[in-house]
Design a protein around this ligand. Structure first.
Ligand code: SF4
Length: 335
């Protein structure tokens, strides 16, 4: 089943302009947008991936990654197909860089069935929209999120942040926490390696920060492309200045995938960038490798370890019920 898209304008001669993401694709009758999943059919724009699921799992919330939101709990995670970016280093290209017709393992799952499955495990906190870019299945995601909220479940989005203002504002009515990729801090990187732009992602981050929603950022470090210390430092200053020093940042080790063959990020690079980030930000983590640094949560005021982690094992041992440090009562930016 497909669904008429929520964000588009009708133009002359059955052309449409999709207004969901900053690509603002202009589509003639029969054409599909850059995301592979929004198609103009007779002058109406349709989301082809409505109620189409490529993957679903109960995951640790740390896998999203979210370290300061319900630490140690699990979340029902669902994905579809398509993406509005075309990152050369995509780690999920088999579902993101494909269409409904080309991906052979899609399952048709109605909105109610997603929510009912989420409710089958009492310890599950909610639903995460993830794996491929969820904003390109906006209609399905919002319908699930509305019902999930009524059932008392939390809604979490894992996104590239390349979305226009109006749909983002609507989404924020239902979403409790955002995990957003900030892939680099130059427009040149975004254009050459993701076929998008940096500016709209920065706007998304600022809009989420102005709301009361939980936000964590992930930066994948790719040698020679976005590991320049000066540019990285500029990004950290922007995050601290615009989003605040308590903004949670995950710097993640890259491995060759999809079209990118550059070698894996050296551990020394990860350590150096971690130290730069920690000069301005209170909560910085290292992802995709096992290391003692950037793994646990340390109270920014008294230095007590408040959350211990080992892989996806998590122990919350230094927080009171309000998310404050048990030693000094500092608010540790945990929800
Ligand atoms: S969501 Fe898809 S069709 Fe719409 S503007 Fe973005 S890439 Fe184009």
């Amino acid at each position: 089943m497909r669904k008429e898209a929520r964000y588009y304008e009708s133009l002359t001669q059955e052309k449409v302009k999709c207004t969901l993401c900053p690509h603002n694709c202009l589509l003639k009758d029969g054409q599909t947008g850059s995301c592979h999943v929004r198609n103009n059919s007779g002058g109406k724009l349709y989301a082809e991936n409505f109620e189409k699921i490529s993957a679903l799992h109960f995951d640790p919330i740390e896998k999203k990654p979210l370290y300061h939101y319900h630490p140690g709990e699990i979340i029902f995670s669902v994905g579809s197909v398509g993406c509005n970016l075309h990152c050369k280093f995509c780690q999920n290209a088999e579902i993101s860089q494909t269409s409904v017709d080309d991906f052979l393992h899609l399952r048709n799952i109605p909105v109610n069935d997603i929510v009912n499955t989420a409710l089958t495990r009492i310890e599950n906190i909610g639903i995460a929209y993830t794996y491929n870019e969820p904003t390109v299945w906006f209609e399905y995601m919002v319908e699930i999120a509305v019902k999930a909220k009524i059932e008392g479940l939390k809604n979490v989005v894992v996104t590239n942040g390349f979305i226009n203002k109006d749909p983002l504002v609507e989404l924020m009515d239902y979403i409790d926490a955002f995990s957003v990729d900030l892939k680099a801090f130059t427009d040149d990187f975004y254009k050459k390696n993701t076929f998008s732009r940096l500016g709209p992602v920065k706007n998304t981050l600022k809009r989420i920060r102005k709301s009361d929603k939980h936000l964590e950022i992930t930066n994948l470090v790719i040698p020679t492309l976005n590991d320049d210390k000066r540019k990285f430092s500029e990004m950290i200053q922007w995050i601290a200045g615009e989003l605040g020093e308590n903004t949670i940042l995950h710097i993640s080790k890259y491995y060759p995938s999809y079209k990118m063959t550059i070698e894996t990020t050296p551990i020394e690079t990860m350590m150096t960038l971690f130290d730069i980030a920690r000069e301005k930000l209170n909560y910085v983590y290292i992802g995709n490798i096992s290391t003692n640094k950037g793994r646990d949560t340390i109270c920014s005021q008294c230095g007590q370890k408040v959350i211990s982690r080992d892989g996806y094992w998590t122990s919350v041992n230094g927080l009171n019920k309000d998310g404050r440090c048990t030693r000094c009562n500092n608010a540790v930016a945990i929800r």
